[in-house]
Write a protein that binds this ligand. Structure first.
Ligand code: FNR
Length: 335
């Protein structure tokens, strides 16, 4: 059994949100593993790997776009999730990232039109041969463990058939979102169907997913993991609105979560749109009522977001730190 995925509380993959600052914040609070946002294969294949000395990170970038930024604190704990419909491209990614990440996961659950249209995400769920092709090629090329994340199928028997095939591909764990392709929150999570997967697949840890609507306190995480009968559990929406859900000592006031998030966003030079997205999700309804929320809505830069929460000193501190390191590097090059 892979230790990496056993008895773990995990930050689930989330596009736009599961980037460096939120991952680091969740780890700081107590998450054991963190998934990146889904990155479509082509984007990583076209990216350039750069060691960013000013930040101490490994960056995969395409021009000014940071496709993936890995911080030293997440070494051994960050799982790269990819969106793909091709074993060849998946294998290429495995070669590119080597062991920069702790594992590689394939998204087989995304029901969004973009993914389905490109034959990725939940479109794979009915194409067992394709799944086997992708996982086998990825596993052969990867230096790190390979997993995938699925949704349950419309017919529970089909879910069990599928997971048996996935198990044979040599994945070290399997994430199961207990909703069908056409189901959304507030449809309930079909945890009984996840339990059946656990009974069927005993050689690898199963990671339950889909409980954010039920999780209010830290203790609820274990309660729902037990209800699903799995080894591990991954949390998406609740971790986005309340990252401190991973704190054994209890959740924090949302403004404290924002402050802690902004500290990482400034330290790791996160871009404006992604920073604003996460802060807005944490702030929720306060955007309309609270002066800080209104200032956030009007903000057009990370500095302005920081100003809305009286954190410009934090912004300036990390900006100056980067400048100092960059000019030191330039001086070394000139020598
Ligand atoms: C998601 N989800 C998702 N799933 C995935 O496999 N890859 C992804 O990139 C994303 N992106 C994403 C973005 C956002 C904003 C949300 C809310 C969700 C789905 C997510 O990982 C999870 O499966 C579901 O949200 C159900 O879990 P929760 O929210 O009940 O914990």
């Amino acid at each position: 059994m892979s230790e990496l995925y056993t008895k773990k509380k995990i930050l689930a993959p989330m596009v736009r949100a599961g980037r460096t600052p939120l991952r680091l914040l969740c780890l700081k609070y107590g998450a054991d593993l963190v998934y990146t946002e889904e990155i479509v294969d082509k984007k990583l294949i076209e990216a350039t790997r750069v060691v960013n000395e000013a930040l101490g990170t490994i960056d995969y970038r395409n021009g000014d776009d940071i496709i993936l930024r890995l911080a030293p604190e997440e070494k051994g704990k960050c799982i790269l999730q990819i969106g793909t419909n091709s074993g060849e491209k998946a294998a290429k990614i495995a070669e590119i990232v080597g062991d920069d990440v702790a594992g590689i996961d394939v998204n087989m659950g995304c029901p969004k039109p973009f993914s389905i249209h490109c034959g990725m995400g939940a479109a794979l769920l009915t194409q067992t041969e394709k799944i086997v092709g992708i996982l086998t090629a990825l596993k052969a090329a990867a230096k790190v463990p390979v997993t995938c994340k699925i949704r349950v199928l419309d017919n529970p028997e089909d879910t069990l058939k599928l997971v048996r095939e996935i198990e044979k591909c040599g994945v070290v764990a399997l994430g199961v979102h207990g909703r069908r392709r056409d189901e959304r929150q507030p449809d309930r999570c079909r945890y009984e169907e996840i339990r059946e997967v656990v009974k069927t697949i005993q050689s690898i840890p199963i990671i339950a997913n889909g409980f954010s609507g039920e999780i209010e306190r830290y203790e609820d995480i274990e309660k729902w993991r037990d209800a699903a009968g799995t080894s591990s559990i991954m949390i998406a929406r609740k971790a986005l609105s309340t990252p401190s859900i991973f704190r054994p000592e209890g959740v924090l006031d949302k403004y404290k979560d924002i402050e802690n998030f902004l500290e990482f966003a400034c330290q790791y030079d996160e871009c404006y749109t992604m920073t604003k997205y996460v802060v807005q999700r944490i702030l929720g309804g306060d955007q309309e009522h609270d002066p800080r929320g209104k200032a956030l809505v009007a903000a057009g830069s990370v500095l302005q977001i920081c100003k809305a929460f009286r954190m410009e000193d934090c912004y300036n501190k990390w900006r100056d730190d980067r400048k100092r390191k960059q000019s030191k590097k330039r001086a070394r090059v000139d020598d």
